[in-house]
Each structure stands twice: as structure tokens, then as C-alpha cells.
Design a protein around this ligand. Structure first.
Ligand SMILES: O=C(O)CCC(=O)C(=O)O
Length: 278
């Protein structure tokens, strides 16, 4: 490994992209990878997420935030933040070296760090309960540059066209930001009207995946998902990662110190390369 004195990062050389497919992370804003996990890793991860949902944390650490609690509607989206710190199997899943290498290869990175994660567990929906509105991840991360920030979505269940797959708008990673769009807004029809005003012709690609497959999108790619019409839950382990190209942006207010957490590698593991905190 070489040492980059400017960044204080001990870096590996970037690898060529080994995962060329129909969609390109830079041109389209997203791409898909084949399964990188064994059946037993997937099944352990699935069980681990289910324990977390039920309030059991075998690492002894609670999640950063729960947007669903026991007793809430069984048809609502279950979103819990940083599940990877709560359960050993989930931790193993997101820190698997082969996964880190694949992410580095796709985004041409010398270093990959998991700085945040979520489980988005979507049971069979009632009406619009399973809708996650159009958004780009960067709109929630004022403390990060747009460059060097990505999300990997690991399918822990088969994701069919009827189970509410994540949908990406191809090329939207090049768009200016659009006001009025939000993950938590379930009224996707009204959001579509907002999008119509800006970009009438949209190429929407549904991320139908087999268990273990992974999608990756940039922090600027607009995406959403709609209801799960199937009886089995649609389960995504959402891994937000930064690379050596990411830059911290100073902010004031409640998020001022939020990113200090990435110095603690038991919260924000480095899964490719090796970063030395200066
Ligand atoms: O899983 C979903 O439906 C939405 C996930 C999402 O917003 C993301 O991966 O950034």
C-alpha cells in the first residue's frame, strides 16, 4: 500500500471495474452486482435484522434511531438506522472483504468506509404504507460532499416487480436538485407532478434483485419505492459508504458533530483500504 501524505490515508491502488453490466454508476447513477454473499451469510443477516426489529441487540449496542417500534403497524415500512452495530451477523455481512473489494472496484476507490446503514424492511403493504418517496440521499447529508458518497442496497429477500423494488431515475445523478421530494412522503403521485415540471421524460429502472444481489447508487441519484403487494416482506440492508474522494463539509447546528462518529471504526468500519485518522 502507498501512503498519501495529503489525505493521511494509507491507500490501495484503485482497481479496474470488474462488474460491467447494462447500467453504469457514472452515466446512469446506479448499477447492479451479482450476489456477493453465501446463502448462510444472507440467512444469518436476515435473522439478525429480524432480532433487531424485535428489540434484541446481540452486540449490546442499540441502533442509532428506530422509525418503527414494537406495537406499530405490521404493514408499515420498518426503517432502523445503523443496524450493523447491533447484531454480529449483520456486522459480518456489511464488513465482508469481498463486498468491500467489489464496491471499491465499481466506484474506483482506494478506500471504502461504511459510515451509516439502515434496514428497510417492507412487509405486505396496505394502500400506500409501503411507499418511500422520491429523494436523493445527499439531501439528508449536508455534512458531506456529493463526490465519493454512495449507497449499496443488499437484497436479503428476492425483490420482484410486485414487492416494491427500489426504482432509480437513470441519469438523475446529473440533475439539479428538486425541492419538495422526500423519502417520508408517501404521496408519490404528487411527487411525480413535481418531477414532471422539471423532467417530463424519465427513464425509471426497477431494481428487481435475487437474494444476495446488490444495487449501488450515487448520493445524487433520485430513487423511490412503492407498495409491496406480495405476502413476504421485501428486505433491504442499505449500506451508505464513503470513499477517499469524500469530503466533510462543516455545518452548524444539530449535525455539527454528527460525522465525528466515523473516527470510531466500531461504528464506521473500513471495508477496503486503510484510513489513518490524523
Ligand atoms: O428500500 C427502499 O425502498 C428505499 C431505500 C433507499 O432510499 C436507499 O437505499 O437510499
Amino acid at each position: 500500500m502507498d501512503q498519501d501524505p495529503l489525505l493521511s490515508i494509507k491507500v490501495k491502488k484503485p482497481m479496474p471495474n470488474k462488474f460491467k453490466g447494462p447500467y453504469d454508476i457514472y452515466k446512469d447513477g446506479f448499477c447492479f452486482l451479482p450476489s456477493l454473499f453465501s446463502q448462510s451469510e444472507i440467512s444469518a443477516g436476515y435473522k439478525g435484522l429480524w432480532s433487531i426489529i424485535n428489540g434484541k441487540y446481540n452486540t449490546g449496542r442499540p441502533p442509532e434511531n428506530r422509525f418503527w417500534n414494537l406495537g406499530d403497524s405490521p404493514n408499515s415500512i420498518i426503517k432502523i438506522d445503523k443496524p450493523h452495530i447491533c447484531n454480529e451477523s449483520v456486522w459480518k455481512l456489511v464488513t465482508k472483504p469481498k463486498f468491500g473489494e467489489a464496491l471499491a472496484s465499481v466506484v474506483n476507490a482506494k478506500m471504502v468506509q461504511v459510515w451509516h446503514s439502515q434496514v428497510v424492511w417492507k412487509p405486505k403493504s396496505i394502500n400506500h404504507s409501503g411507499n418511500a418517496g422520491w429523494h436523493r440521499d445527499a439531501q439528508y447529508w449536508p455534512f458531506w460532499s456529493a463526490d465519493g458518497l454512495y449507497t449499496a442496497w443488499i437484497a436479503l429477500s428476492d425483490v420482484s416487480i410486485n414487492s416494491g423494488p427500489v426504482r432509480f431515475i437513470a441519469g438523475s445523478n446529473k440533475w439539479d436538485s428538486i425541492e419538495g421530494l422526500d423519502f417520508f412522503d408517501k404521496n408519490i403521485d404528487s411527487q411525480d407532478k413535481i418531477l414532471d415540471k422539471h423532467y417530463k421524460n424519465r427513464n425509471i429502472v426497477c431494481s428487481t434483485l435475487k437474494t444476495g444481489q446488490v444495487s449501488i447508487h450515487t448520493s445524487l441519484t433520485y430513487h423511490s419505492s412503492t407498495e409491496n403487494k406480495e405476502s413476504d416482506p421485501r428486505v433491504g440492508m442499505v449500506v451508505h459508504f464513503c470513499t477517499d474522494k469524500a469530503m466533510r463539509i462543516p455545518v452548524v447546528g444539530e449535525n455539527e458533530n454528527y460525522l465525528d462518529k466515523i473516527k470510531d471504526h466500531s461504528i464506521a468500519p473500513i471495508i477496503y483500504g486503510d484510513k489513518i485518522e490524523s
